[in-house]
Design a protein. Sequence first.
Length: 195
Amino acid sequence: MQQLEIQKKSPIYINVHDGHHFRDFCRVLYKYFNLYLPLYQEELILVCIGTDRATGDSLGPLIGYKLKDFNHTNIHVYGTLEKPVHAKNLAETISYIKFRHPHALIISIDACLGSAENVGCVAIGEGAIKPGAGVKKDLPAVGDLHIIGIVNLKSPTMNMSVIQTTRLSLVMKMADLISSGIRHCSCLYTYKKKL
């Protein structure tokens, strides 16, 4: 498969408290769909990383749960509340995805901690993410694109307790935005391809 050289840009941040967050999120995601999906045989893999055992780390599984029954033939979801993708099974899941879907576009979705000005933002960007970096875990990188939700402040010493005490309301607002945005953009992309 011929690879197109694309100059990677910094992630785009969308604040979920902004009145135009859905429109802004969909504009960015739809541009990436148009740019990348034709290069990957129109197949999309969503790797929703995290666990429901910690509020701040539940963003990925919540999105997977919301999208698991999305009846779209070329979209596959890995990581739900029932079957999460987390530190213990991430490498195995990546290997399985690469075997089962060798030419698919992979979007990794995860929560992270960040600076005060970015808490409450969803970032969409190009390239892989390294899950677990905020809690000093050495896990494999995953994704051609990534969507991350900055759920709380990064702490120099207490990141695990920060993850445990993150507000569920913020995580749910991000999960609603990301899952509904993915549904909207994938339906729009499919519809426009048929024209």
